[in-house]
Ligand binder design. Structure first.
Ligand SMILES: Nc1ncnc2c1ncn2[C@@H]1O[C@H](COP(=O)(O)OP(=O)(O)O)[C@@H](O)[C@H]1O
Ligand SMILES: O=P(O)(O)O[C@H]1O[C@H](CO)[C@@H](O[C@H]2O[C@H](CO)[C@@H](O)[C@H](O)[C@H]2O)[C@H](O)[C@H]1O
Length: 459
C-alpha cells in the first residue's frame, strides 16, 4: 500500500444495501437493536484494494436508517468489506452475502476483519503512517511496529471488534463511531504521558477526516501492546467461585490498580469541584435515566420510588453544602475490563465509557466513585451468575477492593455511603436496560441488586 494515495469512491454501498440490511442487525456490536434497518447513507467509502482484484477491500463509514430517524440522523458504523470470487471455508463465519447486481455481480462479500490478509494491511498502513483518502493511519512517536506480524480476529463477545497481531499488538476497530475526541484513545494517551503502566499505551491509531464534515475527526481504531497470556478479571473471578475460593487478594490488588489509574488521571487532566448546582444536574441525569429505564423495562417499575430515594439522599447532602471532587474516570469499569498478566500485574482496558451515552457526557469529569461502583456491581454479577446465594463472596471482594483503593489514595469509598449508593443505583439501572436489550436471561442479576438498592441495603 502506498504512503499517500487518493481514494476513488466506487459506489459499492448501492449494491450492498439489501445484504447489509439483513446482516448488520445480527452483529453483536450493532447498537440499534429492536428497530429494523431500512436503508443506508454513505458517510465515506474508501477503496483499499481494487474490487476487480482477487481480493477487493473497501473501508466504509455508513449511517443506518432506522425509522422514524432518517439515515442522516442514524448511527454511523465502520465496516471493512472484502469481496472475492468465492469464500474459502475458513471464512464462512464472515459471510455477508452474494452480489447479484451492479459492477461486482457474482462476487461474494464478507467482513474482511476475519481475513488475516486485510487485517495485516491495516497494520502495515499504521506501521508506514499511510494516508488513504480521508483515512489517516498514525503511529505514536518512538513506537516501532515490526512487519510480518500475523493477524487473528478475537471472537469474544464485544461492543467492537479486535484483531491480535502475533502476540504483540491488539487493534480495536470501533464499530459505532462518532466525531470528536474518543476517550478510548484520549485517556490511555494521557496515562502514558503520566508514566502510568496500568494501561497499555496506544502504539498507533486510525482517524478519518471527511471533506463533507470539515473540522470533524473520527477515531476509528486504536492499536495497543497485547498483554500476552493475560486472563480477564471476570474469568478469574468465576474460576475462583467455582473452586469455592475467595478473590480477596485479587480484589485488593484491583482496588490499588484502580486508584493508581485515578491518581494519574487526576494529575493528567483537569479536576473540578462539584457543588450544589452541578450535583443537582447530576442527580437530574440519574433520575432521568431511571425514568427512561422504567419506561423501557416494566420489571423495574415497582422499585422506582425506592431507587429515586438514593438520588434524593445525595441531593440532600449537596443542599447542606457538601462538595465532591470530579475528574476523568474510566466510565464503564467492570471485571471484564481488567487483565491479569501471568506475573500477576493488573491492567485496565477499554476507556470508551458506556457506549450508549453521548460522547460529550462520557468525557465529563465525574466523582471517581463512579468506577468503584462499577467494580462493586461486577463482584455482585460474578457471585450471582454462579449462585444467587454467593453474596458473602461478593461482600469480601467489596471490602478488599475498597481497602486496596484506600491504600493508595488514603480514602476508603465506603466512607461516603450516600454517594456510593447513588452511583451503584445508577449503574444497576444501566445494567437492567443493557441486559433487557442484549441478554434478557441475565436480567435477574441487576434486578436482584435493584431490589436491595431500593431499600438502601447497598452491600
Ligand atoms: N491490551 C490487551 N491485551 C490483551 N488482551 C486485550 C487487550 N485489550 C483488549 N484485550 C482483549 O480484548 C477484549 C475486548 O477489548 P475491549 O477493549 O474491552 O473491547 P470492547 O470495547 O469491544 O468490549 C478484552 O475483553 C480482552 O480480552
Ligand atoms: O465491555 P463492554 O464495554 O462491551 O460493556 C458492556 O457489556 C458488559 C457485558 O459484556 C456489561 O457488563 C455487565 O456484565 C458483566 C458480566 O458479563 C459484569 O461484569 C458487569 O459488572 C456488568 O455491568 C457492561 O455493563 C456493558 O457496558
Amino acid at each position: 500500500m502506498a504512503e499517500t494515495v487518493t481514494s476513488s469512491t466506487p459506489p459499492l454501498l448501492a449494491s450492498l444495501d439489501p445484504l447489509l440490511r439483513e446482516w448488520l442487525p445480527r452483529q453483536r456490536w450493532f447498537a440499534g437493536k429492536g428497530s429494523p434497518v431500512t436503508g443506508f447513507a454513505t458517510v465515506a467509502e474508501t477503496e483499499l484494494l481494487p474490487s476487480d482484484s482477487r481480493l477487493g477491500l473497501h473501508h466504509l463509514l455508513i449511517r443506518a436508517e432506522q425509522p422514524p430517524a432518517p439515515a442522516s440522523a442514524g448511527d454511523c458504523y465502520q465496516l471493512l468489506i472484502g469481496t472475492r470470487e468465492a469464500l474459502p471455508p475458513r471464512l464462512a463465519p464472515a459471510l455477508i452475502g452474494h452480489l447479484t447486481e451492479g459492477p461486482l455481480a457474482g462476487r461474494t462479500v464478507y467482513d474482511a476483519l476475519y481475513d488475516p490478509r486485510p487485517a495485516e494491511l491495516l497494520l502495515e498502513a499504521l506501521r508506514t503512517r499511510a494516508r488513504i483518502g480521508g483515512l489517516f493511519f498514525e503511529r505514536a512517536p518512538g513506537t516501532e511496529i515490526r512487519d510480518g506480524l500475523v493477524a487473528r480476529l478475537l471472537t469474544a463477545e464485544q461492543s467492537n471488534s479486535s484483531v491480535v497481531y502475533g502476540d504483540t499488538f491488539i487493534l480495536k476497530l470501533l464499530r459505532r463511531v462518532v466525531p470528536g475526541v474518543n476517550p478510548d484513545l484520549e485517556l490511555p494517551l494521557a496515562l502514558a504521558r503520566e508514566g502510568c503502566a496500568r494501561v497499555p499505551a496506544p502504539a498507533a491509531w486510525l482517524r478519518a477526516e471527511l471533506s463533507e464534515e470539515p473540522g470533524a475527526s473520527y477515531v476509528l481504531a486504536v492499536l495497543q501492546p497485547f498483554v500476552s497470556g493475560a486472563t480477564d478479571g471476570w474469568e478469574l473471578a468465576l474460576r475462583e467461585l467455582a473452586k469455592g475460593e475467595d478473590f480477596a487478594a485479587d480484589a485488593r490488588a484491583l482496588g490499588r490498580a484502580t486508584a493508581e489509574v485515578h491518581t494519574a488521571l487526576a494529575r493528567a487532566l483537569p479536576t473540578v469541584t462539584l457543588g450544589h448546582v452541578q450535583l443537582e444536574s447530576m442527580v437530574a441525569g440519574m433520575t432521568e435515566r431511571l425514568t427512561a429505564a422504567a419506561q423501557a423495562v416494566p420489571a423495574l417499575r415497582p422499585y422506582e420510588d425506592g431507587l429515586r430515594s438514593a438520588y434524593e439522599a445525595l441531593a440532600g447532602l449537596a443542599a447542606e453544602g457538601r462538595t465532591w471532587t470530579a475528574q476523568r474516570v474510566h466510565g464503564d469499569l467492570h471485571l471484564g475490563q481488567c487483565l491479569r498478566s501471568p506475573s500477576g500485574e493488573w491492567s485496565l482496558i477499554d476507556f470508551e465509557g458506556e457506549p450508549a451515552r453521548p460522547l460529550a457526557e462520557r468525557r465529563l469529569p465525574q466523582p471517581p466513585v463512579r468506577d468503584i461502583a462499577g467494580m462493586l456491581r461486577s463482584f455482585d454479577y460474578a457471585a450471582h451468575s454462579v449462585t444467587p446465594s454467593a453474596r458473602a463472596w461478593a461482600q469480601l471482594c467489596r471490602a478488599a477492593y475498597c481497602s486496596g483503593y484506600a491504600e493508595i489514595t488514603g480514602t476508603d469509598p465506603r466512607t461516603d455511603p450516600v454517594l456510593l449508593r447513588a452511583y451503584e443505583t445508577d449503574k444497576a439501572v444501566y445494567e437492567v436496560v443493557y441486559e433487557a436489550r442484549h441478554r434478557p436471561d441475565w436480567l435477574p442479576v441487576p434486578l436482584s441488586a435493584v431490589r436491595r438498592l431500593a431499600t438502601s441495603d447497598s452491600t
